[in-house]
Design a protein around this ligand. Sequence first.
Ligand SMILES: CC(C)(COP(=O)(O)OP(=O)(O)OC[C@H]1O[C@@H](n2cnc3c(N)ncnc32)[C@H](O)[C@@H]1OP(=O)(O)O)[C@@H](O)C(=O)NCCC(=O)NCCS
Length: 166
Amino acid sequence: MDINEAVAAGTARARAHDAGELLTLQLAAWVREGREARRIDIPPLLEELSDVAAQLADPALTIWVYRDSTARMIATVRTSLLSPTTAFLGRLGVVPDRSGEGIGGAMLRLAESRVPAAVTRMELITGVRSVSNHRFYQNRGYQFIPLVRPDDGQPVVRLAKELNRQ
Ligand SMILES: CC(C)(COP(=O)(O)OP(=O)(O)OC[C@H]1O[C@@H](n2cnc3c(N)ncnc32)[C@H](O)[C@@H]1OP(=O)(O)O)[C@@H](O)C(=O)NCCC(=O)NCCS
């Protein structure tokens, strides 16, 4: 089984009881972006358990979590609809000790493949200083596009990709 198959087989919609593990995964994964951006006050590092629980209860968010064969939560990603044809992708994160194994790329592909059939475009934002994220997404078909809203003190860049859906 290759990494894409393993991730597809082990990924399911997150549920209310996943909140604690999801918060732990988020805090562990985003320290890397925080270091790169040289700031700790980024939303994934500021949220509390109640925030994650509220997100899990939000019907507008589709939150995926990947668990390995031991049931450990390894990765997450989420999507929501900006319009019937454009999905927003966020919070793609992998536990630090499993980075570089292709799991992030597989989660990205999985999220793109599981958006509603009418979706033909993905958009995301990431930190302006997170250059390894820029490279990661550019290597997977995403291109910089203009920001549509002023940042709220967290300088970000926006990327998009047209999906080639069969
Ligand atoms: C971005 C992230 C999801 C990638 O996950 P991953 O499982 O390591 O990704 P893959 O193994 O599929 O690909 C590795 C890529 O990450 C890059 N990378 C950056 N730092 C890395 C590290 N310490 N170890 C391994 N890969 C790293 C590699 O250059 C590679 O990119 P490339 O294939 O385009 O050259 C993960 O690093 C992460 O959770 N980062 C923190 C959270 C975050 O910033 N998420 C994105 C914002 S929405």
